[in-house]
Design a protein around this ligand. Structure first.
Ligand code: HEM
Length: 409
């Protein structure tokens, strides 16, 4: 399977995808974990796969074609991202309102503003060059997701350690379990505590919400959902913040345009998700004999929806290979599509656009301190992006240099 070689193509899916979209839009490939699957590269076909959970089940983990520790045929525990139909809806209903309701998001915006300002205050204390991936992106995204679930700063290392282990290609199942163990233990203890004394966090709200339903969520289900939320919500977003920053600083004109036109932060955020994406491809399994893009798919066949390739399809945008920070947000699949589409997408967008409003305002002279060719990237991971973004700068403006924008309500 033609995995992107990020070092060579830091801002593009592998060029082979353009040929596949033209000539073999649905093609059989052998994935890194050894399973054979149909690779689907066109926008319309990717939407068809992700949008039809009846024909294309989520039962294999979305990352099982890349990560051996997530075997697609492993017996399933309480992982809601691998459920279909009513079982998935039941679990998703208890979570989605807690992370996507407009009032909840409006409450969260001032917190994200403060976290991003504080991250700037902190990294500029260090003499340049500074690695923004560690000192900015990881810091911001873990603070936000930890606040949502109610994990105090001294326990955040649990999610760092779990995320660092589980998305690696070479992680052994025992090592992934060992890294997840402390996070699970912490969450089980918190569930007991919050069942007795609920707070205002997502975990407590899920407990309260599900208690009013016919089948309240069990402790195992709550631990499964909240650990997935912590890991997915932190690592994917951190990678994309860093990748987006790298792209903007590499294209100096775009960075300068953001400095001059802060109102572009929202469209730039969405364009980063479309253009760079973060998920390499999403795995599904056909539930019946069917047809896709002219190919016959048999029941039981595995199918990989290549979301990054789909987002570069000229059927989506005639100039899909152009990075345009003023592009109006459209129907891309960077957050997935259908029943399993990213439940944290509004939060991820808020983090991206807050960063894109704040950093250019406070550190307009920010620049890359290392050539793009020497920037290290994740390889063989379920998540794309640089592992370090070294930057330097001249002056830093204080927080008060411009009014912090009021959160939109
Ligand atoms: C820019 C950052 C992010 C990107 C690009 C992203 C991307 C995605 C994609 C493509 C999916 C679909 C997976 C599938 O169809 O199998 C997904 C699902 C999910 N995302 Fe995100 N995500 C991001 C940030 C977040 C954040 C911040 C959270 C939590 C607050 C989150 C929580 C989840 C969860 C829980 C699911 C599983 C939903 C389900 O199976 O019903 N993500 N994400």
């Amino acid at each position: 399977m033609p995995l992107p070689d990020e070092g060579k193509f830091p801002f593009h899916p592998h060029p082979e995808y353009a040929r596949l979209r033209r000539e073999q839009p649905v093609v059989q490939v052998s994935c890194p974990t050894g399973v054979n699957a149909w690779l689907v590269s066109r926008y319309a076909d990717v939407r068809e796969v992700l949008g039809d959970g009846r024909r294309f089940s989520s039962r294999p983990s979305p990352v099982a074609h890349i990560l051996p520790a997530f075997r697609h045929d492993a017996p399933m525990k309480q992982q809601f991202s691998r459920l279909d139909g009513p079982e998935h809806i039941r679990m998703r209903r208890s979570l989605a309102p807690q992370v996507s309701h407009a009032r909840r998001l409006a409450e969260l915006q001032p917190f994200i503003d403060e976290v991003v300002e504080e991250a700037v205050d902190r990294f500029v204390e260090v003499a340049p060059p500074v690695d923004l991936h560690t000192h900015f992106s990881n810091w911001v995204t873990s603070a936000v997701i930890a606040e949502l679930i109610g994990v105090p700063p001294e326990e955040r290392h649990l999610l760092h350690e779990a995320a660092a282990a589980v998305f690696r290609y070479d992680v052994k199942i025992e090592d992934a379990r060992r890294a997840l163990g402390p996070l699970y233990g912490y969450l089980y203890a918190q569930i007991r505590e919050r069942r007795a004394n609920p707070g205002d966090d997502v975990l407590s709200r899920m407990i309260l919400h599900s208690a009013e339903t016919d089948r309240p969520l069990s402790d195992d289900e709550l631990v499964g959902m909240n650990s997935a939320l912590l890991i997915a919500g932190f690592d994917t977003t951190a990678s994309l913040l860093s990748h987006g920053l790298l792209a903007l600083l590499d294209r100096r004109d775009d960075w300068d345009r953001l400095v001059a036109e802060p109102a572009l932060a929202d469209t730039a955020a969405d364009e980063i998700v479309r253009y760079l994406g973060v998920a390499i491809g999403l795995l599904r399994q056909a539930t019946e004999d069917t047809e896709l893009g002219g190919e016959k798919i048999a029941a039981g066949d595995l199918v990989v929806a290549a979301v990054q390739s789909a987002n570069r399809d000229t059927d989506l945008h005639p100039d899909a290979d152009l990075f345009d920070i003023a592009r109006q947000p459209g129907a891309h699949v960077g957050f997935g599509y259908g029943a399993h589409a990213c439940v944290g997408r509004q939060i991820a967008r808020m983090e991206l656009s807050t960063m894109l409003r704040t950093l250019p305002r406070r550190v307009p002279s920010l620049r890359l301190a290392r050539p793009i060719e020497e920037t290290p990237f994740r390889t063989h991971s379920a998540v794309r992006g640089p592992t370090e973004v070294l930057v330097s700068w001249d002056a830093v403006l204080p927080r008060s240099s411009a009014p912090v924008e009021e959160p939109s309500r």
